[in-house]
Structure formats: structure tokens, C-alpha cells
Design a protein around this ligand. Structure first.
Ligand SMILES: NC(=O)c1ccc[n+]([C@@H]2O[C@H](COP(=O)([O-])OP(=O)(O)OC[C@H]3O[C@@H](n4cnc5c(N)ncnc54)[C@H](OP(=O)(O)O)[C@@H]3O)[C@@H](O)[C@H]2O)c1
Length: 263
């Protein structure tokens, strides 16, 4: 990232209360970062902060709803008040439409608010400080679903986040501020608890985040095997249809039975 050692860097991490965010918090605390952990579940966050740093001097838990403007501002203010600066922002908080077709959901646009609008707004809050200092790193957690269309609203949010990340990276070239998109395939977390697929743990994503902070990259896809799926879908979208269809059939099995009038 920057020439400064990890131990002097301050990271704001959203979605730290479970899954990939929790694993990133463990990995980056191990590397010596000072952490500001954000998510809505205060108990989970406080427990994690105590686990990572019983002294309370290097890890701060700030219960936050990233879709709420006042809450986002309070998060960044808390980071500055406690640690004096923000060197790294990791936009990891994310949701999907968990069950059923997205068009039957009463509020599918929340997926865009959490996965796309919040990273943009948080970036807007930390950029002035980073630009004034001439250093910083924004890491956005995208998805292979931002390359291979899979679920309407989720893919819309992750395609959007990918476009935002890559354009912002270009806008900031030469300023000392890096922007990286980390795009995971399926990994074990609360989000994927219903998926019956072979999946690695969230640590693979945490390690990728640790690595890009040392060696900034445009985009990293993890696990690497998903490069093949991404390439196949871009080169032969019809073949991609056939690859993705079994996953969709499994996900929507219940709805498909209902549509055919089966019990
Ligand atoms: N697991 C996968 O296979 C996979 C694959 C590709 C990409 N991803 C991406 O990885 C990221 C992390 O997901 P995960 O798999 O670790 O799922 P997860 O275990 O469900 O974690 C989601 C995190 O987002 C937080 N969050 C949700 N809504 C929020 C809000 N309004 N305000 C603040 N925090 C909020 C949750 O905390 P609270 O509920 O406490 O608020 C939780 O900490 C997401 O961006 C996801 O899209 C996951």
C-alpha cells in the first residue's frame, strides 16, 4: 500500500461481525493494523474487538448501519477521534436476496444500498483526507457475480461496484491512493450457509486483502479457480448459461416446483 508499516496504519472495515469481514479483522489484526470494526450487531462486534485486542487500544468497535448517512459519518468520525486518521477503507458489508425470486422481495433495492451506495458514500467520506495526505487504499469486496451474472440484484450491485472501483482507481492514478477490487467466488459464511457446494473458508479472502495492501492490484479473484469460470462466461456466454443454470435451479428449486404446481 504505502511505505508505512502495517502497525502504523488505521483501517476502517465494514461488515466485520461475521464471515469474510470477521476473517479480515483477524488477519489484519495479526499483521498489526489498528482496526475500526463496523456492522449493525453491536454484541458481535464488541466481542470480536475484545478477542482481538483485550487492551482496547488498537481495535475499536463502532456499531454502524452502512445504509444510514448519520451512522456512516459517525463511523468515520469515531475512527479519526480515536486514531487520528484513516489509511485503509475496506468496504465489505454486503447482503443478497436470500430466499426466493428477487422480484417477489418487498425491498430488493436494499441490496444496492448496502453493496453499492454505501461503499460509494464511505469512499466520499475518507477521500478528502487521503488526497490531502497523498496516500491511502480503498479495498472493495466485489464478487465473481460481478463478472458472471447470477442473481439480478446481487449481480447488479457487484457489477456496479466493479465499475466504480476500476474507474475510481483510474481517476486516482498518480495520487498515492490505491483502489482494489477483491472478487470472491463462493466461500463459507452466513451468506452462503444454505448453499450445498464445496467452499473454502473466508480466510482465503482475508489473505487476499492482506496481500493487496502490500502489493496493490486492480482486481483479485479468489479462489483462483474462478478465473476459468470468468473467462468462459466472457468468451462463451452460451456455455456460461449452461454452467450457471444448475446453480440457479438448485437455488430456486422451491419456486420452480411452485410454478409447476408441485407441492
Ligand atoms: N460468502 C460468499 O460466498 C461471497 C462471495 C462473493 C462475495 N461476497 C461478499 O463478501 C462480503 C461479506 O459477505 P459474507 O459472505 O461474509 O456474508 P455475511 O457473513 O453475511 O456478512 C455480511 C456482513 O455485512 C454486514 N452488514 C449487512 N448489512 C449491513 C448494514 N446495513 N450495515 C452494516 N453492516 C451490514 C453484516 O453485519 P450485521 O448483520 O451485523 O450488520 C455482516 O457483518 C459481502 O460484500 C458479500 O457480497 C461473499
Amino acid at each position: 500500500m504505502t511505505a508505512s508499516p502495517p502497525t502504523s496504519r488505521v483501517m476502517v472495515l465494514t461488515g466485520a461481525s461475521s464471515g469474510i469481514g470477521r476473517a479480515i479483522a483477524h488477519e489484519l489484526a495479526r499483521q498489526g493494523y489498528r482496526l475500526v470494526l463496523a456492522a449493525r450487531r453491536a454484541d458481535e462486534l464488541n466481542r470480536l474487538a475484545r478477542e482481538l485486542d483485550p487492551s482496547g487500544s488498537r481495535v475499536l468497535a463502532v456499531p454502524t448501519d452502512v445504509t444510514d448517512d448519520a451512522s456512516r459519518r459517525a463511523l468515520v468520525e469515531a475512527a479519526r477521534k480515536h486514531f487520528g486518521r484513516v489509511d485503509v477503507l475496506v468496504n465489505n458489508a454486503g447482503v443478497t436476496v436470500e430466499r426466493g425470486w428477487w422480484w417477489d422481495d418487498s425491498d430488493p433495492l436494499r441490496v444496492l444500498r448496502v453493496n453499492l451506495e454505501s461503499p460509494i458514500e464511505l469512499t466520499r467520506l475518507v477521500l478528502p483526507e487521503m488526497r490531502a495526505r497523498g496516500s491511502g487504499h480503498i479495498v472493495n469486496i466485489g464478487s465473481v457475480a460481478g463478472r458472471v451474472p447470477f442473481n439480478g440484484l446481487y449481480s447488479a450491485s457487484k457489477f456496479g461496484l466493479r465499475g466504480f472501483s476500476q474507474a475510481l482507481r483510474r481517476e486516482l492514478l498518480g495520487t498515492g491512493i490505491h483502489v482494489t477490487l477483491v472478487s470472491p467466488g463462493f466461500v463459507r459464511s452466513e451468506m452462503t450457509r444454505a448453499a450445498r457446494l464445496p467452499m473454502p473458508g473466508p480466510e482465503v479472502v482475508a489473505q487476499a486483502v492482506g496481500n493487496v495492501l502490500e502489493r496493490p492490484r486492480r482486481e483479485v479473484i479468489v479462489p483462483r479457480a474462478y478465473h476459468l469460470l470468468v473467462w468462459l462466461d466472457a468468451a462463451f456466454p452460451g456455455f456460461g448459461d449452461r454452467l450457471v443454470q444448475p446453480l440457479l435451479r438448485r437455488r430456486y428449486a422451491h419456486e420452480l416446483r411452485g410454478a409447476r404446481g408441485e407441492a
